[in-house]
Design a protein around this ligand. Structure first.
Ligand SMILES: NC(=O)c1ccc[n+]([C@@H]2O[C@H](COP(=O)([O-])OP(=O)(O)OC[C@H]3O[C@@H](n4cnc5c(N)ncnc54)[C@H](O)[C@@H]3O)[C@@H](O)[C@H]2O)c1
Length: 307
């Protein structure tokens, strides 16, 4: 039996990765501070340490494990929120990475996979973005994620084999519908269901690259199975751009009650439009996104309505 550390398993992506690993007969340990996650969301069988990944005392307690791999997924995941308290963002998203890399080194765990973000690109001059393009992060959140990537690159020199997955907009069942400052689809869907209207902050022509949760779980697993001797950064995206308007129309068409759409304001640090090229990741691991937006949104809406 192998043991994995999956940080953030009370959250959307961490819980899904942990559930997959437990389902395959592995042991999973998680650290989560329940800031946006829920204890009840932690999959059955996962050993839970409640606390901060930037807490050295807590992380030191994990030295007793012989981890096969570390998936560092816990984090403050909103660009918007990072403007409220940039220092907290640095601690939660970057200091945590450094401590976990140290843990990996100390415990001779040589596999490390990190949840980075497409936010690092900022307003890309050329689309779709690929990993060799210039980056210009527009939020404290994105700056912290980039710093984490560089820490990983340096730790590769000590034998910690690692990859950073630059996740684009992840969506699907299990996403937090209470946090209205994080996740474009979850924000719209929560408003549509709870208030029968959607407030759109910014123009409807904005676009994103939406990737379904099951495809993201698969991305983490394949990344772990295909680590290289050099630190790798991969886009995890579909390569398909979907506008805000398209998303809203799919939501509208799949609800059996009418909703109003209200356009007002904008979000600081928000990117206008971005979509990505995942060919590097596909070549390196054989990964393919399998669920298209319409299909994925239908699954998510069914889940959200029946919760
Ligand atoms: N959802 C997306 O579209 C997306 C896109 C790009 C990157 N990411 C990254 O993926 C990761 C997971 O995102 P998610 O959508 O599952 O968010 P989420 O908020 O559902 O999950 C994050 C989990 O981490 C926990 N957490 C936060 N800070 C912590 C800390 N310092 N110590 C311990 N636990 C902590 C939270 O309580 C929560 O359970 C984040 O690092 C995020 O930046 C997400």
């Amino acid at each position: 039996v192998k043991t994995f550390l999956v940080t953030g398993a009370a959250g959307f992506i961490g819980a899904a990765v942990a559930r997959y690993l437990v389902g395959k007969g592995n042991e999973v340990v998680t650290v989560d501070n329940l800031s946006t996650g829920y204890k009840e969301a932690i999959p059955t069988g996962v050993e839970f340490y409640e606390g901060n990944c930037q807490d050295e005392y807590l992380i030191n307690q994990l030295e007793k494990y012989d981890f096969e791999a570390i998936f560092h997924i816990a984090g403050q995941s909103s660009g918007e929120i990072s403007f409220d308290n940039p220092i907290y963002d640095l601690q939660t998203n970057t200091q945590s990475t450094l401590l976990l890399l140290k843990l990996a080194l100390k415990t001779k765990c040589t596999k490390f996979i990190y949840a980075s973000t497409m936010s690092v690109y900022g307003d890309a001059e050329k689309l779709p973005v690929n990993e060799s393009m210039n980056i210009e992060p527009k939020s404290f959140y994105a700056v912290g994620k980039i710093a984490s990537e560089h820490y990983m690159r340096i730790y590769q020199n000590y034998g910690i084999r690692s990859s950073a997955l630059r996740l684009f907009n992840v969506y699907g069942p299990g996403q937090n519908l209470e946090n209205l400052r994080q996740g474009m689809i979850s924000i719209y869907l929560a408003q549509a269901i709870n208030n029968r209207h959607i407030i759109v902050k910014g123009p409807k022509e904005r676009f994103r690259d939406f990737v379904f949760i099951d495809d993201v779980v698969n991305a983490f697993i394949l990344a772990c199975e295909n680590l290289k001797d050099i630190f790798c950064i991969y886009n995890v995206c579909t390569g398909i751009k979907a506008t805000v308007e398209e998303v809203i129309n799919i939501i509208k068409n799949n609800l059996d009650f009418p909703i109003d759409i209200i356009y007002k304001g904008s979000t600081p640090g928000d990117q206008f439009g971005i979509y990505g090229d995942a060919s590097l990741f596909k070549r390196a691991t054989g990964w393919q996104p399998r669920v298209n937006l319409e299909e994925g949104l239908k699954k998510m809406i069914a889940w959200a309505i029946n919760r």
